[in-house]
Design a protein around this ligand. Sequence first.
Ligand SMILES: Cc1cc2nc3c(=O)[nH]c(=O)nc-3n(C[C@H](O)[C@H](O)[C@H](O)COP(=O)(O)OP(=O)(O)OC[C@H]3O[C@@H](n4cnc5c(N)ncnc54)[C@H](O)[C@@H]3O)c2cc1C
Length: 486
Amino acid sequence: MTSENIIEVLIVGSGFGGLTAAMNLKKMGINDFVILERRAFFGGTWKQSVYPGAAVDVPSPLYSIDGEPFPWEHLYAKQKQLAQYTEHIIEKHNLAPSIELCATVIEAKWCKTHWQVKLENGKAFKSKIIINATGPLSSPAMPNIHGLQDLRGQVIHSNNWHDGIDLNNKLVAIVGSGASAVQIIPSIINRVKKLHVFQRTPHWVLSRFDYHIPKRFRATLALRPINFALRTLIYWLFELRVIAFKYSPALLRVLGAIPAKKHLLKQVQDENLRKQLTPDFTIGCKRILVSDTYYPALQHQNTVLHTKDDYIEYASYEGLQTKQSGLIDADLIILATGYNPEKSMVSYQVIGEKGKTLGAQWRDYPRAYLGTSMPNFPNFFIVTGPNTGIGHTSALFVIESQMKYIMTCIKKLHEKSACSIQPIPEAEEGYTAMVHREMEKTVWYKGRCNSWYKNEHGKVIAMFPGFSFSFRRLCKKFAHHHHIIK
Ligand SMILES: Cc1cc2nc3c(=O)[nH]c(=O)nc-3n(C[C@H](O)[C@H](O)[C@H](O)COP(=O)(O)OP(=O)(O)OC[C@H]3O[C@@H](n4cnc5c(N)ncnc54)[C@H](O)[C@@H]3O)c2cc1C
């Protein structure tokens, strides 16, 4: 800390975004940083998401931090092991002493040379730089069901799951049929008395091809050169999908729609049910789900599927009033309704130069140079910011790409003994125009669906419209003329 108690870097959020930021700072010899975490525990997504069946949808050798292999038990790690991995990273890099828990940031304000940061608990910090890593998928999206608070039964969003929830022999309703629902439903179907599944939109589902890695191979696969080779192979196989998502509807059919239809045909014999489970949008437009247990669970004797024509009209003390099936009693209602990326990308008020708020700058839609930095907001960097999502590979690859840009910016500040760095407006405008021009070629834009990738005006704000290696190249090649350093 300097004499004025100005911390060099304040990191907001302790998920993989915040942790990789801290690891990179340490590598650069910067130890003057604090990680603020609003929860009573650190670790982000995989410490929080403890709902039944929670697991990653990208093979673990790729969904891990570069150079930090782990003896994975499954090709697609389950939540428990992902939480262990998070703890391992924190311990190995001695990050715990730098994390402050129960520290919810409510405001950051630029004051000529530094940021002033206010916390909900009344504390305040000053820092030269902020790395915001509040996670686009860390705030639950709640459905608009009238009377939900009056229900006799318990209501829980999948994001808020905890050990105290009793499923045994209970009447359960689950709202949603996306990524979390597809994991929860097969994991609870054998325990509940009845499970009502409310599906607004059927999703495309592919076989998961999961593999339980025998104990004797785990350590070998975690050896650096072997892990690197495996990671590289998976990376390139997954990267091929971008050709399908962006350039080739024929390839999208071959790699996506045809295998997904075969998977459905193989697992669901009833023609009427198959019809109910067949999406009406182009595969890839929403996140493609991977499961071998979802369709069988939907056909379990305990399951009742309610499609969009049989939607929930309202809730009352007695239960859920449906359009076609009448009143449904439920001891527990699980809201598997996803997240609100726009709200959680930066989850507090940010006031930049000349009193400009981030809300005002993003009035039309969230936008940032390389999805990371913005004019009027000096020394402020967003991890997993606007248009940095990818539907085909590991989010950690993108986070690590952003780190290359963020750390270069910090290096430039040090080299020039400068006070601040920010992109020029023309650079941000040019980058954003390129992103949305390229987006028009992708299935996320053209695929005839509504998804969390889009904001309420239909603008795709979550995804990067290209190869992840193109994004990394942009992040690695610092364009001096795109920045004001002073
Ligand atoms: C259920 C689930 C499954 C997923 N599956 C995959 C997958 O298969 N593949 C993939 O690539 N990605 C997946 N993701 C995306 C995942 O979020 C990213 O891979 C990655 O974990 C993001 O890390 P992060 O640090 O950016 O965000 P997070 O892990 O969400 O961490 C953000 C942290 O910031 C904290 N925070 C938020 N606001 C504040 C505040 N105001 N003050 C202080 N702290 C704050 C939060 O409490 C949280 O701990 C999944 C996400 C979820 C939720």
